[in-house]
Design a protein around this ligand. Structure first.
Ligand code: SF4
Ligand code: SF4
Length: 435
């Protein structure tokens, strides 16, 4: 629910959706003829030249681990049984490099036995070696070591954007799996504290888990990790640092449920719950096999795409527009928004009019009117040094209120990405690889 300000005298209040009594059953999307899994790679060149441990024509079983040799153990698990039809390089947002592994689905499903045999005895390696690409998405750094790097683990029972109900649904509908998942996580990592962060109306459900229940305010962006750090844990993340640097890791309730059900059944979950916001603004809730093309979901929901319509992966404030309905459902695809081209808000190249709206809205108190001038000019290091770029929590509120329709949030994301490349020497590494 979005409440606009009253004749501009107050900040607009943007409230999270609340799933109180209404519990939509997710609609099951039929198993597609082909799924595509994205395996993040170190670089396109090294992957393309590397020796694949999988290749076109290989048969795979559901739950089988698929890796590329020489890629530091990065993997995805197959979400269907079938035959690999292609392994091709794929570029994602901000130049992220993947191998796209397509699998033609066989009619009879066979479950790979490795997870059931090996992993269940050893929760740490079980999650690290088999479950990182399960529904909900588990951050790989959770398992970078087992020596107390994660002091606090926060399970989020609310989605970090507006209009999305995926994680609230999991708390309402599958609390037993979440409880089991939290118990497994306690054994797997040596976190001193596990916190279950939920909106107030889910407090009763959350209290069943062996974790400290904390309440998230209903107003956006209270569920963003950095806001939870400040409001719930009393920790301010310094600019340029991450929550992980401070010993705090976040995972979604859906990921905790995936872990719980995987260890209980000995089978890796493969269906992702997704909130779909249709062109008329109504929401549908679906369950689809990871790797299902978005177009299959649109067909099942009778959504017709026209030229110039926009598909957004994620919520309205922080989601990213994608260019094709053939893109697959990913382990962390919580929401898909389809906007008719006639209602897509325009961005512009108008200059900032110094109205100050963005500064009034910014939870990080960044002087955005000044910052945006440097970002437009590509002066990213200066933006970082002088106008606190790295304190941005990426909530998107500045873009939402900007009357000049400047795509501030997109500028900020691009700037952070470019600075990361500069500071980690990514370009240098790539050049070295090219030699
Ligand atoms: S996205 Fe905009 S409003 Fe949100 S923290 Fe960053 S600069 Fe501030
Ligand atoms: S809201 Fe837009 S126009 Fe107003 S000060 Fe911020 S960037 Fe400038």
């Amino acid at each position: 629910m979005i409440k606009k300000s009253f004749i501009g005298l107050a900040k607009p209040r943007l409230m999270y959706e609340t799933l109180e009594s209404l519990l939509p059953e997710p609609r099951n999307i039929e198993l597609p003829e082909k799924v595509t899994l994205l395996l993040e790679t170190v670089s396109e060149k090294s992957s393309a030249n590397g020796q694949f441990s999988i290749k076109e024509g290989d048969k795979v079983k559901t739950g089988q681990k698929l890796t590329l040799s020489g890629e530091n153990g990065i993997y995805v698990t197959a979400t269907v049984t079938g035959r690999i039809s292609s392994v091709t390089p794929f570029s994602g947002n901000f130049g992220k490099k993947y191998m796209a592994i397509s699998i033609e689905t066989a009619p009879d499903e066979e479950i790979d036995a490795d997870f059931g045999k090996i992993a269940v005895k050893d929760p740490f390696n079980g999650i690290r070696d088999f479950l990182l690409s399960c529904p909900g998405g588990i951050p790989p750094h959770l398992f970078s070591d087992n020596n107390g790097a994660v002091k606090t683990l926060v399970i989020c029972g609310i989605d970090n954007d507006l209009l999305i109900s995926t994680n609230q649904y999991m708390v309402k509908a599958d609390m037993n799996s979440i409880k089991d998942g939290i118990d497994i996580l306690k054994k797997a990592i040596a976190a001193e504290k596990i916190i279950f962060a939920v909106p107030r109306h889910l407090k009763h459900e959350a209290s069943a888990a062996d974790a400290v229940t904390k309440i998230i305010a209903p107003q956006y962006p209270a569920a963003s990790p950095r806001m939870i750090m400040k409001d719930v844990l009393g920790l301010v993340v310094p600019a340029g640092k991450t929550c992980e640097d401070m010993g705090v890791t976040f995972i979604n309730a859906e990921a905790a449920a995936s872990i719980g059900s995987a260890f209980k059944d000995g089978v890796i979950p493969v269906n992702k719950k997704i909130t779909v916001i249709k062109k008329d603004g109504t929401a549908a809730f679906v369950s689809a096999r990871i790797g299902t093309p978005l177009s299959n979901i649109f067909n099942a929901l009778d959504i017709h795409l026209n030229e110039k319509d926009r598909i957004v992966l994620g919520g309205p404030m922080t989601g990213s527009a994608v260019y094709s309905a053939d893109l697959p459902v990913l382990p962390d695809t919580d929401a898909v928004i389809i906007q008719d081209f006639s209602v897509i808000p325009l961005v512009s190249d108008c200059p900032c009019i110094n109205c100050g709206e963005c500064i009034r809205m910014c939870p990080a108190n960044i002087p955005i009117n000044m910052l945006v001038r440097l970002l437009e000019a590509g002066l990213y290091e200066q933006a970082e040094d002088e106008y606190d770029l790295q304190s941005c929590i990426e909530c998107g509120l500045c873009s939402y209120v900007c009357p000049a329709k400047i795509p501030i949030f997109q500028y900020i994301r691009l700037a952070k990405h470019e600075l990361f490349r500069l500071q980690t020497g990514e370009e240098i590494t790539e050049e070295a690889n090219d030699d």
